[in-house]
Design a binder for this molecule. Structure first.
Ligand code: HNI
Length: 147
């Protein structure tokens, strides 16, 4: 069971309350697809992912980025039991989508960059630590149903 300090809880709630899921999710997913091009293999039905400009402007990438953030929102709302909250999502990524779980961390890192760029100086080392701890727990919970 993960322990959260009051600072960590309030920081994570605050970051997500200010995130525009429509914009930030798409930016994070697009960055992941550009920087780690092998992640494109799971999105064969998304149409044109030919280069960075195509990925950034692809409406399916934007829409799916929002879905991913809504998935993280579920973790924010269940911070004391992310493992249970993510059980079905983990089974889905493992057994149906066959996503290599190493990729979860890559997407999480891309989201960290998007949030850091948005927050600027307010993204202090302590805020980063809290945010990355949260993402690490989410990633670990997404990996739980893999074997
Ligand atoms: Ni992921 C579908 C959440 C990382 C590939 N993903 C979802 C859905 C959620 C979600 C929510 C929708 C589920 C449903 O329809 O019931 N994904 C998350 C979260 C992370 C994550 C919270 C990590 C932070 N997913 C990834 C990564 C990849 C990925 C890293 C591949 C590189 N996900 C997919 C694919 C789908 C998907 C593929 C199905 C897309 C579709 O609609 O066809």
């Amino acid at each position: 069971m993960v322990e959260w300090t009051e600072f960590e809880r309030s920081t994570i709630q605050s970051i997500f309350s200010k995130l525009d899921y429509d914009v930030a999710g798409g930016k994070a997913l697009a960055r992941c697809l550009v920087v780690y091009p092998w992640t494109q293999r799971y999105f064969g039905n998304f149409g044109n992912l030919y280069n960075a400009a195509a990925i950034m402007g692809n409406p399916k990438v934007a829409a799916h980025g929002k879905v991913v953030l809504q998935g993280l929102d579920k973790a924010v709302k269940n911070m004391d039991n992310i493992k249970a909250a993510y059980k079905e999502l983990s089974v889905l990524h493992s057994e149906k989508l066959n996503v290599d779980p190493d990729n979860f961390k890559l997407l999480a890192d891309c989201l960290t960059i998007v949030v850091a760029a948005q927050m600027g100086a307010a993204f202090t080392a302590e805020v980063q630590a809290a945010f990355q701890k949260f993402l690490a727990v989410a990633v670990s919970s997404l990996c739980r149903q893999y074997y």
